[in-house]
Design a protein around this ligand. Sequence first.
Ligand code: HEM
Length: 166
Amino acid sequence: MQAEADAVLGDDQPAFEHMKRLGFTRDVFREAMRLYPPVAFLARDCPAGDRLGKRDIPPGSVVMVSPWLSHRQAERWTEPHAFDPDRFGCPEGKAAMAGGYFPFSVGPRVCPGAAFALQEAVLVLAMLSRRLRFEADPAWTPVPVARLTLRSANGVQLRVFRRGGG
Ligand code: HEM
C-alpha cells in the first residue's frame, strides 16, 4: 500500500481520478471486509415460507444470513482465514466474490452507501499509508465480537510511526 500510495498520490491531494490506480489498496480493504465484515449477520423475515437450497423455510421464520461465515467457507476460499489481498486478482477469488462475498449485502436492500464507503476507505487508506506506518502490537490480540456491528471486545492497539523517521 505504501508503494502504491507513493506512486499514485505522490504529494497530490487525493481525488477521484486516483481511484482506478489504487487497485491493491482497494483489495486490502476488500480483504479486511471479507475477514471482518462490519455487518456480520443479516436477518430476514420470511412471512410466506420458502425453499432455500435443500431446506424448507416455514412461514414466519427469521432467516439469518452471515457474511462472516460465507466469507470464511473452505469450499469457496483458499486458506479462508488468511489475509491475502491478492486473492481477488485470481480467477478463483473472482468466482468466490461473485458467489459468496457480500459485506454490503445484496439484492433490493443492498447498502446504498457501498460505493461511497469503498471510495472513502481507499482514499483514507492511501492517505494514511503515504505518511504513516502501522505495526500491530504483538502482545495484543483483538477479540472480534458481533453486536449490532462487528468490533473488537478489547479495542485495537496499533503502533504508529511517521514514515521517514519519528
Ligand atoms: C464499510 C462501510 C459499510 C458497510 C460494511 C455497510 C454494510 C451494510 C449492510 C450489510 C447493509 C444491509 C443491512 C441489512 O439489510 O440488514 C447496509 C444497509 C444500509 N447502509 Fe450500509 N454499509 C457501510 C457504509 C454505509 C454508508 C457510508 C452509508 C451512507 C452513506 C450506508 C447506508 C446504508 C443504509 C441507508 C442502509 C439501509 C438500506 C435498506 O435497508 O434499504 N452504509 N449497509
